[in-house]
Design a protein around this ligand. Sequence first.
Ligand code: SGN
Ligand code: CA
Length: 534
Amino acid sequence: MKTFHIAIFLVAILGFTNCKNNSNGEPIKKKKNTQPNIVFIMSDDHAYQAISAYGYDLNNTPNIDRIANEGAIFNRGFVTNSICAPSRAVMLTGKHSHINGKVDNIQAFDWNQDNFAKSLQEAGYQTALIGKIHLNGLPQGFDYSNVLPGQGQYYNPDFIENGVKKQYPGYVTTITTDIALDWLKNKREKDKPFLLLYHQKAPHRTWMPEEKYFTLFDDRKFTPPANFFDDYNNRPAAAMHEMGIYKDMDIVYDLKMLDKEGSIKSKKRNNAQWMYDRMDEKQRSAWDAYYNPIIKDFKSKKLEGKDMALWKFDRYMKDYLRTIQSVDDGVGEILDYLDKNNLSENTIVVYTSDQGFYLGEHGWFDKRFMYEESFRTPLLIKYPKEIKAGTNIDNLVQNLDFAPTFLDYAGVSIPKDIQGESFRNIANGKTNKWRDAIYYSYYEFPGEHHVKRHYGIRTDRYKLIHFYYDMDVWELYDLEKDPSEMNNVYNDPTYDSIKEKMHQKLLDIRIKYKDSDDLDKENLELYLKAKNMK
Ligand code: SGN
Ligand code: CA
């Protein structure tokens, strides 16, 4: 072989590629890295309505929007079970709750089963999990983990670093970002591709803002959505909720009216006091300087009925959106780090939430229901190598699809028992061939917020839901005519043939995903046992 050919052969075999010149003007030879890095950003309870890229005009999230602007925004991203720990288990395993076993927030998660981080680790990735995961036990599949115990705390939170607990002074969102940046800068092995799960606690209840955002939105009065005063006509499960802003949101615990005199009545004053006491003196005095005048004003107003409901909504929105501002700052810091270190081109960045959230729709906060605002979740992705900037996607994707999508991007084979599908070729526009229906199942009842057990199916236009266990109620929605799901048309004869088709599709999809009434019963037994109710 001639020298020239040998040189070409060596270059090909070693996978070297020329990029920029060094300061001497010589080309820097860099090993061609074919496996992309993955930064998977998840926040907790972040409603898509509260991301400016989705166009709701509630707040401004310039950094999260950067992901959409430089990549793709999914308008129909959904979860399979709208509650924290189960959603994370689905995300890690690519399997529905009834298959991965984590059907509710109560029962234990089995870390011994496969997850996509384990597969990427085996394929040579450096892996880290930072922030909220809400799954018991030492995370498996990660070279480094530093996670919040359970729900975590907003102020001076504890973290568990590789199994060892320690308290960090400061605000949880900024601490989580600092830990993630420290791992990126100082802890990972820089010659390997990396997977970073960077998971924020915010904007989870009780929406305690960072000091620098206390006054953000003070000049604004938030008006609730059109169905804020919903009467739940024809929707008995919805009528039994315990997640009403007017009826159930705690004035002291959720809305910070912890008056020193103790004259404002609340079921959760002790919890509120405990969270307040966690702050150090400096944090408390900043807190008091902001909230005490609001408490004074609230007391003087003596609000009732509709006025009280509207006041609560406005206070809720202000604090909820403030906590998101700190999340957005963190996203900006991570994106800046990638940009400044020439990592952006070869890094996939995803922003999502463990589920959506009600911002006053149906009069609610919280999630759990299969109605759109909590079934849907924000989903934005950028990967400049493959995804065109400004892409808009309407396909029905779910958190079930993350695991196979990441494995696909990394060139790692997707285990046959994974139930999700890679949306890589949807994101890059290569195909539009995709599923026409998605499946949902929620289990945590009896439980907080009193949302009945239900499962259902959603297609492009229709949604069929079955509430069961201690009731037997079906609901059908025509999302084109009734996007706010106020009109249950299950018993409307004009929808008879649609109803029949949707029932058939529901049967089919339950078979496809291996779910059944028998499994529902088994899960119920396990749940009641775990809750010591049996
Ligand atoms: C806590 C909250 C609930 C919330 C659940 C589940 N109550 O129990 O409002 O629905 O978490 O949230 S609180 O008084 O403790 O704040 S999840 O996101 O973790 O599933
Ligand atoms: Ca959540």
